[in-house]
Design a protein. Structure first.
Length: 547
């Protein structure tokens, strides 16, 4: 006895478990790698943010130092006793081309703390600015000014341009009356001072830069409390920013620093880590796809093993039945148990019919096997189709007699086509067997053939329940059966698959449609057909039914 081994269910489940574990492990590794990458990037971004904070702190420290020295030096020029005239134009030190030089400040003022009188000297001071000084400076000096500052700065807008003043509080000689001395500051000149700081002071540690210059690594700007920007060293860009408020001593002037994208490559070893999330997601997706393919392949393998077992079981059953019949009637003949010549002849007919069934089954298996290895070949030669079809139908009729099936043929005579006679016979035998097997007992099966243009169509109509449209392509697949017949009808499951392959080798096609009288109609179409008149036969003949 031959034992058919199929893959054990336990091994398949173990493989599924391994695949799931691999998928979960890959997901965990991808998550851990993404988390580590995010942590590294966050650390690098924090370092860049610290560099920006350090740069703006250096900017603010140098701005405080330079502006304080310049403002205090200028204020010393304009302080005087009340009886003395206002000093000549003071000089405001600025940095040009890396060197300090002094330029005159010619718009200065003096105002009492009550705001009653405002004296100006030097370049004309706009009337609006004088009125603003009268209304603002005394109040600011009484409420906000801190003597420890040494000076205070205020900004306003006169017309469309920003204006600013620097002032300090001095005492009269008697020490009883306080006056406010100050000067108007040129905002563009103030911006030039801030620009000179960016150009000539190291806002980033020199060890991290190539030539000690910081302008190429950052963008610096200064803005007033109103939001107006009075200085910017370059276009606004960069994600890593820091701000520093110089406080009320400098009128709420705010300094900002933003690192350029290039700075990350220079300030950090290896630069800013690139995000690996797309790569990790792609790798995880690829793993999921591969695991999915493995699941599909495993399922196909299991299905193939089941189909293999069903095929072997079906073929074994198909072989066992005719062999049992042949053995039974052969023993009857050998032992002389027949009681008459008719019984002896009947036994021989049964042996012959069962041998034909075995031959047909073996031919199907061989053709199916050759097709699976790409070795199926046919030899075509011109033949009269009606004769071949009639011969195949007559040969199969005895095999259909036990179910009471009758055959009626309707063949157009004289239709010739280049076919392989053996292959055409096998296709017809398979279609007839299918009609008998799945049709009801005592049915009539119609076998027809006619010429349609340059194609010959051969059809087999049964009286069965028919085939649903959605299943009409699948029934030609190996081992596929309709659910209603999956366990009630035996067979190898390859008959229609062999039909499809053989008709393909003829450059034809096969399909299923509804039979006119109910049931299913299987249609074979073979190209290259033509009608050749037969002098001794009618052009079309309806042959009688074959019992």
């Amino acid at each position: 006895m031959v034992t058919i081994r199929t893959p054990r269910r336990g091994s398949a489940q173990a493989l599924v478990g391994i695949l799931l574990v691999a998928l979960v492990l890959m997901g965990a590794l991808a998550y851990e790698a993404a988390s580590t990458a995010r942590s590294h990037r966050a650390t690098a971004e924090a370092a860049l943010q610290d560099h920006a904070a350090f740069a703006v702190w250096e900017f603010a420290r140098n701005a405080d130092e330079q502006l304080s020295r310049h403002f205090l030096q200028s204020l010393r020029h304009i302080r005087r006793p009340s009886a003395a005239p206002l000093a000549a134009c003071p000089l405001l030190p600025v940095i040009t081309a890396g060197e300090f030089r002094e330029e005159p400040v010619c718009s200065y003022f003096e105002v009492d703390l009550e705001g009653k009188t405002v004296q100006t000297r030097g370049a004309p001071v706009p009337v609006e600015l004088v009125e603003w000084i009268r209304a603002t400076i005394p109040h600011h000096a009484r409420t906000t000014y801190n003597p420890q500052w040494g000076f205070a700065t205020l900004f306003t807008r006169i017309g469309s341009a920003p204006n600013g003043v620097v002032y300090s509080i001095g005492r009269e000689a008697a020490g009883e009356t306080n006056v406010v001395h100050g000067f108007a500051i040129d905002v563009p000149r103030l911006a030039a001072i801030l620009g000179s700081i960016v150009d000539h002071f190291a806002l980033i540690p020199p060890s991290l830069t190539t030539d000690g210059s910081t302008r190429e690594y950052l963008v610096a700007e200064a803005s007033l409390p109103s939001g107006a920007t009075i200085y910017r060293s370059g276009p606004p860009l960069g994600s890593y920013r820091a701000s520093y408020d110089l406080g009320p001593r400098f009128g709420g002037l705010t300094l900002n620093v933003a690192l350029r994208p290039l700075a990350a490559e220079q300030l950090l070893i290896g630069g800013l880590p690139r995000s690996r999330l797309p790569f990790l997601l792609g790798l995880l997706l690829l793993t999921c796809v591969l695991v999915g393919i493995a699941f599909v392949q495993l399922r196909k393998e299991t299905e193939l093993a089941r189909l293999h077992a069903d095929f072997v079981s079906g073929v074994s059953h198909e072989l066992r039945t005719p062999l049992a019949q042949i053995r039974l009637f052969a023993e009857t003949l050998l032992l002389g148990r027949t009681r008459s010549e008719d019984e002896r002849r009947r036994s021989l007919e049964i042996i012959d019919n069962e041998a034909k069934r075995l031959t047909q089954l073996v031919e199907n298996v061989l053709l199916f096997s050759r097709n699976g290895h790409g070795q199926a070949r046919i030899t075509r030669e011109p033949s009269e189709l009606a004769r071949l079809i009639q011969s195949a139908t007559d040969a199969f009729a005895p095999l259909a007699r036990p179910r009471g099936t009758r055959f009626r043929v309707d063949l157009e005579r004289g239709v010739h086509a280049s076919v392989d006679a053996g292959a055409l016979r096998q296709m017809l035998l398979n279609l007839l067997e299918n009609a008998v097997k799945y049709g009801p007992p005592n049915q009539e099966v119609l076998v027809g053939m006619a010429l349609f243009g340059e194609r010959a169509r051969i059809w087999v109509d049964d009286a069965g329940p028919g085939i649903p449209r959605r299943q009409r392509q699948r029934v030609f697949e190996p081992f596929h059966r309709l659910e209603r017949h999956s366990g009630s009808v035996g067979g190898s499951g390859i008959g229609l698959a062999v039909v499809r392959e053989l008709v393909r080798l003829h450059d034809g096609r096969v399909w299923i449609e509804d039979a006119p009288g109910g049931g299913a109609r299987f249609v074979l179409e073979i190209p290259g057909a033509e009608l050749r008149p037969l002098p001794d036969e009618r052009a079309s003949t309806g042959a009688p039914a074959v019992a």
